[in-house]
Design a protein around this ligand. Structure first.
Ligand code: NAD
Ligand code: GLY
Length: 368
């Protein structure tokens, strides 16, 4: 079947290159089942997604030996216990090296599935069927797979690229508004870190994005994936540029961990984290404060949080930031910016300045 709105990209990684397909109805129409070489398939999904979309996926896998594991929704499920269960599922299935793991869901299911696929028999194929905006524009692309520990997010994981990313935009019709907005934070990130023109396009289309205009959403997904695919192609394992994709994430992960993976969604933490990174950049005289304002204004227009949550503790957050994977030799390595569209890696940030920035933000929050 043809799909007139289909957008196609490719992550150029030599022998491990793979397609990203974006369009309505792709779960049913795209030829992703043909990528499954073997007989055994493990599908991971969650309780919000499976009732809507699992039947469509199962329908495409007739003739295969399929096991499904449906998790309760949410970040707390991205843990070692769930990893062990999925590995058990593969063992029960007697899955051979040509088995495939299918991730049907958001970033939680995607990150967990990818890690399971990376570890079973030292690495089997997996296919990403992302169903959140965040997963379509970020987590399904690029092969970062992981589970969380109580000590910090994504601390156990592997780089393992999917065989394909199939973003069926029709699945977004059931995505709650808050989750859509959380995905928009990662979309804004691409403009903020490296593309002021895209940022301006997002400013012009903020209302259409919130209204879920299908063409505007599809364009935002495609442009985001273009950015991600290009960065991943030149720095798959984050030896350099790829770290720029973490703009706002060191602050954001600390907020998420402090929050014990509960209240704040990942994209919401990233929104607050990006504003903190911009603020710190301005306080370090690296960037104009007016750009922090412009970023915060767009995020606020998208109904995303931009202030520290009430009660956030600067000392605790700084402590958590010290465990970030980007740090080297115990030094705080942050992604900051020289202004809109100009993110940069700053290798040895003065912890006192970070603490002061967090304390200022906390004080403003308390007084404001
Ligand atoms: P998620 O997977 O928890 O999904 C968000 C919520 O939406 C869940 O409640 C889920 O059940 C529900 N949902 C998903 N699709 C739905 C649909 N179509 N209809 C109705 N409900 C639906 O969260 P997320 O925001 O997709 O992903 C966040 C995770 O992604 C975090 O763990 C984060 O660390 C990770 N992440 C990874 C990367 C990477 O490069 N690997 C990048 C960014 C984020
Ligand atoms: N989301 C950050 C990365 O993929 O590198």
């Amino acid at each position: 079947m043809t799909n007139p709105g289909l957008r196609q990209l490719r992550v150029e990684l030599g022998a491990r290159a793979y397609p990203i397909l974006i369009g309505g109805g792709l779960l049913q129409t795209a030829t992703w089942p043909e990528l499954i070489r073997g007989r055994h398939v493990l599908i991971l999904s969650d309780e919000n997604v499976a009732p809507h979309y699992l039947p469509l996926v199962l329908d495409r896998l007739q003739g295969k030996t399929v096991v499904t594991r449906i998790l309760p929704p949410g970040e707390p499920e991205k843990n070692l216990g769930r990893f062990a269960q999925a590995i058990d599922d593969l063992a029960t299935l007697k899955a051979s090296r040509d088995a495939t793991v299918v991730a049907l869901g958001g970033g939680v299911v995607g990150d967990l599935s990818g890690f399971v696929a990376a570890c079973w028999m030292r690495g089997i194929a997996f296919i990403q069927l992302p169903t959140t905006l965040l997963a379509m524009v970020d987590s399904s692309v690029g092969g970062k797979t992981a589970v969380d520990l109580p000590q910090g997010k994504n601390l156990v994981g592997a780089f393992h690229q999917p065989a394909a990313v199939i973003a069926d935009t029709q699945t977004l019709s059931t995505l709650p508004d808050r989750e859509l907005r959380a995905g928009l934070a990662e979309v804004v990130k691409y403009g903020a870190l490296g593309d002021e023109t895209f940022f301006a396009w997002l400013e012009a289309h903020a209302d259409a994005l919130l209204a879920r205009d299908p063409a505007v959403l599809a364009e935002a997904i495609e442009r985001s994936c273009q950015h991600k695919a290009a960065i991943v192609a030149r720095d798959e394992t984050e030896q350099g540029d790829r770290a720029l994709l973490n703009l706002g994430h060191t602050f954001g992960h600390a907020l998420e961990t402090a929050d014990a993976y509960g209240r704040l969604l990942h994209g919401e933490s990233v929104a607050i984290g990006m504003v903190l990174a911009a603020r710190l950049s301005a306080e370090l005289d690296m960037a104009p404060a007016s750009d922090t304002e412009r970023l915060a204004t767009l995020l606020a227009r998208l109904n995303l949080p931009v202030d520290l949550p009430a009660g956030a503790n600067p000392g605790q957050l700084l402590d958590l930031m010290r465990l970030d994977k980007k740090n080297l030799s115990g030094r705080l390595r942050l992604i900051l910016w020289r202004g809109l569209g100009q993110a940069c890696i700053v290798p040895d940030v003065d912890e006192d300045r970070v603490h002061a920035c967090l304390a200022n933000a906390a004080m403003e929050r308390a007084s404001g």
